[in-house]
Design a protein around this ligand. Structure first.
Ligand code: TMP
Length: 207
């Protein structure tokens, strides 16, 4: 089973994943956590280029292609082999981030972006995608207040990030079977409980 967590900045995905992994392992599952962009040596190097605040002149098409380069490598080197071995893979972001950020955020042609995503992933689509949803202003404030990493993507305008969130919500509407929305604007423990419930529920359905 391939599970992905998505969401706007500061939605808390990264803080929740280690606890979900631990919980699922206690239940006897073999779970492999990963993140995008990153998760392999090559992909982490591409991440550094993408997120470096010095690269402010990066064109959206360059950005889109670099995310796909990082993704192609992790799909081939990590995600696909683990899924083939029967493991649960949980990824902190995957191709929906490209549709949301590079597609909706940068207002690029969505069909062209989707074609690139398909090329990069070979069509590998998650079984379950959870949107940790949050007002953009609250998420960005969380990032600054908690002194979290502030990268080149965070530095885009609030309008950009609002288009990203609106994009996610449209994607949920278009594919309601794959997506589940969890409100991230509640106590951390409540979000964690809801995430566990959603994932366990889906595991029971798929056996
Ligand atoms: P994060 O590790 O804090 O989630 O940072 C990843 C950043 O990269 C975040 O701003 C979203 C962005 N991103 C894209 O714009 N497109 C993508 O395809 C992916 C995977 C991430």
């Amino acid at each position: 089973m391939f599970i992905t967590l998505e969401g706007p900045e500061g939605s808390g995905k990264t803080s929740h994943i280690p606890y979900l992994v631990e919980y699922l392992r206690e239940q006897g599952h073999v779970v492999f956590p990963t993140r995008e962009p990153g998760g392999t040596s090559i992909s982490e190097q591409v991440r550094d280029i993408l997120h470096d605040l010095k690269n402010a002149e990066m064109h959206p098409r360059t950005e889109t292609l670099l995310y796909q380069a990082a993704r192609a490598q992790i799909v081939e080197q990590v995600i696909q082999p683990r899924l083939t071995a029967g493991e649960i893979v949980i990824s902190d972001r995957y191709f929906d981030s490209t549709i949301a950020y590079q597609g909706y955020g940068h207002q690029q042609n969505l069909d062209e972006v989707r074609a690139l995503v398909k090329y990069a992933t070979g069509g590998l689509t998650p079984d379950l995608t959870i949107l940790l949803d949050l007002e953009v202003e609250i998420g960005l404030k969380r990032k600054t207040q908690n002194e979290m990493e502030w990268n080149r993507m965070d530095a885009y305008t609030v309008e950009f990030h609002k288009r990203v969130r609106a994009g996610y919500l449209e994607m949920v509407k278009a594919e309601p079977k794959r997506w589940v929305v969890v409100n991230s604007d509640q106590k951390w423990e409540s979000v964690q409980e809801e995430l566990k419930r959603v994932i366990v529920g889906r595991l029971q359905v798929t056996g």
